[in-house]
Design a protein around this ligand. Structure first.
Ligand SMILES: Cc1cn([C@H]2C[C@H](O)[C@@H](COP(=O)(O)OP(=O)(O)OP(=O)(O)O)O2)c(=O)[nH]c1=O
Length: 189
């Protein structure tokens, strides 16, 4: 019996994997999420996704383990999760009225080999007033999310259009993940 483990504490990633009707368990551990800002965005998300998957794979070498990481990049500036409300306000001001990119890296480790890939999605925000930013931050939604917004919830009101994989913005490029699991020989029901 093949075992699938999602190496993540993100409720969004859990939901996206559940959509694929796969049975899996969740096991996440504290991974140091600091990164070298000189790295390219794709290297940052791939490196972090790999670190998250490695920790769990080391303990479960006969399982298929999925690690993932998401960052927002605006004009070369990397935005992770805000540290507090003030930081969230600053990030949303940067994103207001312009385009940014969301990078999500995925690392799948398994006894049959590995799959590593990332998705880059372009997102355009409406111009936001200070009042709109303040009230959105007060909703509490931005604090555990890269770039200080969640496209799938109240943050949907900030978004004008996107180009690329919507699900990668939410935290996991699910279709590609499904395909890579299949390629690695994971038995999909
Ligand atoms: C841009 C964006 C990010 N996010 C979330 C996805 C991720 O959960 C989070 C980015 O932080 P991550 O560090 O990628 O993930 P995490 O800390 O939540 O979970 P783990 O490391 O245990 O896997 O931001 C949204 O939910 N919606 C969005 O629109």
């Amino acid at each position: 019996m093949q075992n699938l483990i999602l190496a993540s504490s993100s409720p969004r990633r859990k939901e996206l994997l559940e959509n694929l009707r796969l049975s899996f368990t969740i096991s996440s551990s504290e991974v140091d999420e600091s990164f070298d800002p000189a790295l390219s965005p794709e290297d940052i998300v791939m490196d972090l996704a790999e670190r998250k998957a490695q920790v769990i794979f080391k303990e479960n070498p006969s399982s298929f383990v999925i690690g993932s990481d998401t960052i927002v990049v605006a004009d070369g500036q990397v935005l992770g999760k805000p540290i507090d409300e003030k930081d969230a306000i600053g990030m949303l001001k940067v994103l207001s009225g312009r385009k940014h990119e969301v990078y999500t890296g995925v690392s799948i480790l398994s006894p049959n080999g590995t799959a590593r890939f990332y998705e880059r999605t372009e997102v355009w925000f409406w111009e936001l007033t200070d009042e709109e930013i303040k009230s959105y931050v007060q909703s509490g939604e931005p604090l555990d999310k890269a770039g200080a917004y969640g496209i799938q919830q109240l943050g949907s009101m900030l978004v004008k259009k996107i180009n690329g994989d919507y699900f990668a913005v939410v935290g996991l490029p699910s279709a590609r993940t499904y395909r890579e699991l299949k390629r690695l020989g994971y038995q999909l029901s």
